[in-house]
Write a protein that binds this ligand. Structure first.
Ligand code: PLP
Length: 402
């Protein structure tokens, strides 16, 4: 199926479904004059998540892992059940062997792996590959681990993951050339937070072989499309709960425990974010119920519509994924993130103008690592609550700016 014909079909097919889903977001329905187009920063919460939080706080709030009265037992059970919920959500191939560790978000998850686990994997002369054009949350922790190891006399090499601006994907041929027997870990991103590319993780595995660890930053894919760690053959999956419709301050590391040492994040970390964990379980239930496959089709269709519209306007340049929407492309590579610039109007000013018309977008460097720094741009990031009307209104406003 081609991407250009898939867009309208998805919109026609899913229109009634989407209207019913959108109605479940009180903040969206309560502000009909505003369009929230910043879901890559954080997602809005459906009523089911708000209800789960309210119910928990008014019927069972207690600490987890201590106390033996019913509320404490219930809280402990909810935390443990959420670990299993995450395993199921991510299509864990061996749930009896994997570990799930709660974090405050993807950043803390990646940092925990790099700080607590990576030193046990690496010896002097080993190499890791780090995605220098991606979110700094998936760069800095690895560089810090390299410095920490160097202080102990263990020198490891950090190599930048080759990236192709035009395709919006990693350069797998170049990766295969640079990977060798000392390549122990590849840190990759599932969906790029600026360019929207759905990175081909299978080709990373082909390029680096069966033994290297792949750590997947799934911050922009969990909640947006089906994510199967079994199919992707990755060793770590890291995500932010708040981008997947749970409360802020939630996230998780899923660790397969098959390649390298066991993942046992350091020491006693005190009271967990129980309310956040409850919200995360409710969010994953809700997402599964609605269907991440349909969420993906909807947001991809909206992103296609926006990208096509922008390409018809001479003053705008769309960043990344330049070939991904080709009619003959077998794969729809761009997910629901579209980033662009105006030829003459600065991105900050463009953001102001857009907000004066009710559009909430992000306009800055998007926390991108220096390896992919494009300067400031405007990012529109979509979720299931966004509509065709919002995209068409946005394009109409952008068209008036020359
Ligand atoms: N990784 C990617 C790809 C992201 O887009 C983000 C946030 O935007 C992060 C990691 C960091 O997530 P958090 O701020 O929730 O820790």
């Amino acid at each position: 199926m081609t991407t250009l014909s898939q867009g309208p079909t998805a919109i026609e097919e899913l229109g009634d479904w989407q209207r019913a889903v959108r109605d479940q977001f009180p903040i969206i329905t309560g502000h009909p004059d505003l369009a929230y187009l910043d879901s890559a920063a954080t997602a809005q919460k459906p009523q089911a998540v708000l209800d789960a939080v309210q119910t928990y706080l008014t019927t069972a709030n207690a600490n987890a892992g201590r106390g033996s009265y019913p509320w404490a037992n219930r809280t402990t059970a909810l935390v443990e059940q959420t670990r299993d919920r995450i395993r199921r959500f991510l299509d864990d191939p061996a749930p009896q062997r994997s570990a799930v560790h709660f974090t405050s978000g993807a950043t803390e998850g990646l940092r925990t792996i790099a700080r607590d686990w990576l030193p046990g994997l690496l010896t002097h002369g080993d190499e890791i590959v780090v995605p220098a054009a991606d979110h700094q949350a998936n760069i800095e922790p690895w560089q810090e681990a390299q410095q920490q190891l160097a202080r102990q006399g263990v020198h490891v090499r950090v190599r930048p993951m080759p990236y192709q601006q035009a395709s919006g994907d990693y350069d797998h041929t170049a990766l295969a050339r640079l990977a060798g027997p000392r390549t122990r870990l590849v840190a990759a991103t599932h969906v790029h937070h600026v360019y929207g590319g759905n990175m081909n993780i299978h080709r990373i595995r082909e390029a680096v072989g069966p033994d290297a660890v792949i750590c997947l930053d799934a911050a922009q894919s969990v909640g947006h499309l089906p994510v199967s760690v079994a199919d992707l053959d990755v060793d770590f999956g890291v995500f932010s709960g708040h981008k997947a419709m749970a409360l802020p301050g939630t996230g998780a590391v899923w660790a397969r425990q098959a390649r390298g040492p066991a993942f046992t994040p350091g020491g006693w970390s005190g009271t967990p974010n129980t309310v956040g964990i409850v919200s995360l379980a409710a969010a994953l239930d809700w997402l599964d119920g609605v269907g991440t496959d349909r969420i993906e089709r909807w947001t991809v269709a909206l992103a296609s519509r926006l990208t096509d519209g922008l390409r018809r306007l001479d003053s705008y340049e769309v960043l990344g994924c330049q070939t991904s929407l080709a009619v003959d492309s077998p794969v729809q590579r761009r997910q629901g993130i579209v980033t662009f610039r105006h030829r003459d109007i600065g991105s900050g000013d463009l953001g102001f103008i857009l907000f004066s018309h009710g559009f909430m977008v992000r306009c800055d460097h998007h926390c991108q690592g220096a390896g992919g720094e494009d300067g400031e741009s405007v990012r529109v990031s979509l979720h299931v609550y966004n509509t065709v009307a919002e995209i068409d209104r946005l394009l109409a406003v952008l068209a008036t700016l020359g």
